[in-house]
Write a protein that binds this ligand. Sequence first.
Ligand SMILES: [Zn+2]
Ligand SMILES: [Zn+2]
Length: 231
Amino acid sequence: MPARTAARSGAPQRVDFHAHSFLTDGTTSATEMWTEAEALAHRALALTDHLSLDDPKPLLDRLHREASAWDGTGFLPLVGVELTKVPPRRIADAARAARRAGAEIVIVHGETIVEHVPAGTNHAALESGLVDVLAHPGLLEPKDAELARANAVALEISARRGHALCNGRVVRRALEAGAELVVDSDAHGVGELVPLEMARRIALGAGVPESELARVLRETPERILRRARQH
Ligand SMILES: [Zn+2]
Ligand SMILES: [Zn+2]
């Protein structure tokens, strides 16, 4: 039986930094997403609804109100944003505005090959030093993988169809550069959340070696969670 690298004292360990509610293009409420994640033994799920250059505050205030229902429980409902199709020269400003407005997690909608994402988005996100995860980076360049390592930005292995087409390249570049990886669902509804065992299989399928699974599924998420709580 393969090592259960992420299991520790029976506590749920699945941490997912990327999901959407109907506040943008998801199909259910944030509350329903978090309720389902808790039922699937997640430790934390970030709701990262799409944001461009509009005011992040109404979105984040609403998510924080819903998240407060888990105060004092063991589950962590993280409140965040996915900066989406922001002109690259404005990504750092948008990330700063989201942090100021209460975002615990800031991710950027990277250069997936299945959509038109402005060229330079990956680089601007990684350079800003204000982003936790670069989502679905697509045809990631080696020098951007180096930048991810230098600025401690995790690169995303995506469970989402289409975005997942470049997972193999993202993993290879990350391993070459020593950059961190996470497995995110990018769920737009409760049926798309990814329990720990499936996250493990997706990581292995994308080329993460067994020896790196603990780093991808536990150590990197723990580091990002510690940083999220400092904001
Ligand atoms: Zn995205
Ligand atoms: Zn997304």
